[in-house]
Design a binder for this molecule. Structure first.
Ligand code: AMP
Ligand code: ZN
Length: 111
């Protein structure tokens, strides 16, 4: 756990979230400031700063996160969805713990 990381704190139950899924590796919860009617985040429990910090050892974990997107989207009632991974300050990343945004259900952002 990284000391000042909000997603580590959520993953460890230190601060609350609207959780929609959890297993030993991953947690998914609703975004606090949704950009679509449905907007949740898929987050690994281990602290990895961004997609650019992933290494070969993280391949299975990242694959698992990605494959969870359609499963959880379906559970949320979505027929289709958008995924987004912001990477680095220049990529619009604000929380430096890798996460996949999943958005759907209308009012989708253009990109
Ligand atoms: P990013 O810009 O890709 O780093 O996105 C970070 C996302 O985390 C934003 O969409 C925020 O609304 C969301 N967020 C920040 N704090 C929380 C929180 N405590 N619970 C849920 N979502 C959060
Ligand atoms: Zn973290």
């Amino acid at each position: 756990m990284s000391e000042n990381c909000i997603f580590c704190k959520i993953a460890n139950g230190v601060i609350p979230s609207k959780k929609i899924y959890e297993d030993e590796d991953v947690i998914a919860f609703n975004d606090i400031n949704p950009s679509a009617r449905i907007h949740f985040l898929i987050v690994p429990k281990i602290h990895i700063e961004s997609l650019a910090h992933c290494e070969t050892q993280h391949q299975t974990l990242v694959g698992k996160m990605l494959l969870l997107a359609p499963k959880l989207a379906k559970e949320q009632g979505l027929a289709g969805f958008k995924t987004l991974i912001n990477t680095g300050v220049d990529g619009g990343q604000e929380v430096f713990h890798i996460h996949i945004h999943v958005l759907g259900g209308g009012n989708l952002p253009k990109t």
